[in-house]
Design a protein around this ligand. Structure first.
Ligand code: ADP
Length: 482
């Protein structure tokens, strides 16, 4: 099973595909070239042989026509006979000469003399045509040439010369060449494969370096970033990997920081409660009022612990995916009125004036619970971090266009220093820790607000001047974009 999957992995590997490519690109053309050349060799050699023999046959046919050869094959034509014999010896063949009565007057094999020969080719040649045929199975060329006296203006065919020559030596040559070509091809293929494999191993080495580097980083030894500069592609992969690595490190650090912040924040009320309980325990004779005061303080700490836990739970809910959004069509004007109504008692207590200004009726597709949390935090902060001279105010205004609704929460409060503006959305960040704690802040409110707004595909911006006030601008799409 393991062997099989290893084989499969090899087949799927880039190495295997490159080797295959090199083999296809080198071996295939060589094989095609070889077989092509060898195959064309036979037809080319045969056609050269045909034209050679035909030329000589035509010359001899002319000589036969101008001599007494067809009527008298005695000594006077011995010279022509010798030439015909020589032609058949050279080309390993046979020549037959037929006169106009289809009678064989000369046969180099001396087998069929005086016999009559009537064949399709002979009849055709009597009409003045030279016919050449190649028998590729038995390896010989057969030709019939008309014997015509070149001086005769009528062009009368006096007879026909039949010549057949063997092509055995061409075939022999071809098989010799084929053998040689096969040997050369085998050597070439072996060399191609050998050097191909070496080259491919060299080629994919940087990729191994990349995976080795990732492995080392994962195991925690070696360099803390990936660097393989062999190819542009490996440089790109390394850059992307290093970017991902550093963002993961940042995430890891912030997670660790978050965990330690959570532990710290949860421990603080517990420590206070322990101190309060210990001190009351160490005073067995303490008056009842003191007990009541201490118990009141302990209750406050319990409330605080509960608030931190609730905020943390809200934050965890916000961290979930978009699939957890419970989107319904909500009347935003009514929603805002409800929120402000709920916050009115706190505003009254702080002597802060709460004003709502709605420019038009607005309905939008939102997650009501999450949006309520976001808006409540903003307005509550406006009240909490306001002036305490009874002159403070928080203005909430609502407007919309065809695409978004806009919420503005303006206050006349203490403001946020410029250097803190980028940090206020961080979990547990508070500009003035002790002041925030005093007024019951956990440092999680704006983190929840921002997550909620981002989950609605919206945006939040803050403008603030210390001592004058703060403005939060929120923009949320009317239709939820999945
Ligand atoms: P908290 O629970 O402390 O209010 P938040 O996340 O809501 O936490 O706010 C983070 C910090 O930003 C607050 O501690 C406060 O210092 C500052 N802040 C938020 N809103 C305002 C505001 N309207 N005016 C002044 N400071 C603000």
């Amino acid at each position: 099973m393991k062997k099989k999957s290893r084989l499969w992995a090899f087949i799927k590997s880039m190495k295997f595909r490159l080797i295959l490519l090199i083999i296809i690109l080198t071996v295939l053309p060589s094989v095609i070239l070889c077989t092509g050349v060898l195959n064309s060799y036979e037809s080319r050699a045969v056609s050269i042989r045909e034209s050679e023999v035909l030329r000589q046959t035509t010359i001899l046919a002319n000589q036969v026509a101008t001599s007494q050869f067809l009527t008298d094959t005695t000594d006077s034509t011995a010279n022509i006979q010798a030439q015909i014999d020589m032609l058949t010896t050279i080309y390993d063949g046979r020549a037959i000469i037929v006169n106009d009565t289809f009678k064989i007057v000369y046969d180099t094999y001396n087998l069929d003399r005086n016999r009559t020969i009537i064949s399709e080719e002979v009849i055709k040649s009597f009409s003045g045509e030279s016919i050449v045929n190649y028998d590729s199975i038995n390896h010989y060329i057969e030709m019939t040439t008309p014997i015509i006296n070149p001086d005769d203006t009528d062009g009368r065919v006096l007879g026909v010369m039949l010549v057949s020559v063997s092509t055995d030596n061409i075939i022999l040559n071809e098989s010799y060449l084929r053998q040689n070509a096969m040997t050369i091809l085998m050597v070439l293929v072996s060399l191609f494969i050998f050097f191909g494999i070496l080259y491919v191993i060299y080629l994919v080495r940087p990729l191994h370096k990349v995976s080795q580097g990732i492995d080392e980083i994962q195991k925690g030894y070696g360099a803390d970033k990936l660097e393989v500069t062999d190819y542009t592609e490996t440089i790109q992969i390394c850059t992307k990997f290093n970017e991902m690595l550093s963002s993961m490190r940042v995430m890891d650090e912030s997670r660790q920081e978050f965990v330690s912040n959570v532990s710290h924040e949860l421990k603080t009320p517990l420590t206070s409660m322990k101190v309060l309980a210990d001190s009351i325990n160490s005073m067995p004779d303490a008056p009842l009022e003191m007990y009541q005061e201490f118990m009141g303080d302990i209750t406050n700490e319990i409330d605080r612990e509960t608030k931190i836990i609730n905020d943390l739970l809200s934050l965890v809910k916000m961290d979930k995916s978009a699939a957890d959004m419970n989107i319904t069509t909500v009347n935003i004007n009514e929603l805002l009125e409800q929120i402000l109504k709920r916050l009115q008692p706190i505003a009254d207590k702080q002597k802060v004036e709460l004003v709502l200004e709605s420019f038009r009726p607005i309905t939008a597709d939102v997650d009501e619970v999450k949006l309520t949390l976001a808006i409540t935090n903003l307005v509550e902060n406006g009240i909490k971090y306001n002036r305490d001279d009874g002159e403070g105010w928080v203005h909430v205004s609502l407007n919309a266009d065809h695409q978004y609704f806009y919420l503005k929460v303006e206050d006349s409060g203490i403001g946020i220093p410029e250097e803190s503006l980028d940090l206020i959305y961080e979990r547990f960040y508070r500009v003035d820790k002790s002041h925030s704690r005093e007024i019951g802040g956990t440092g999680l409110g704006l983190a929840i607000t921002r997550s909620s707004i981002l989950m609605h595909r919206g945006a939040i911006k803050v403008y603030s001047v210390v001592g004058e006030g703060t403005t939060f601008d929120v923009r949320i799409p009317l239709k939820y974009i999945v």
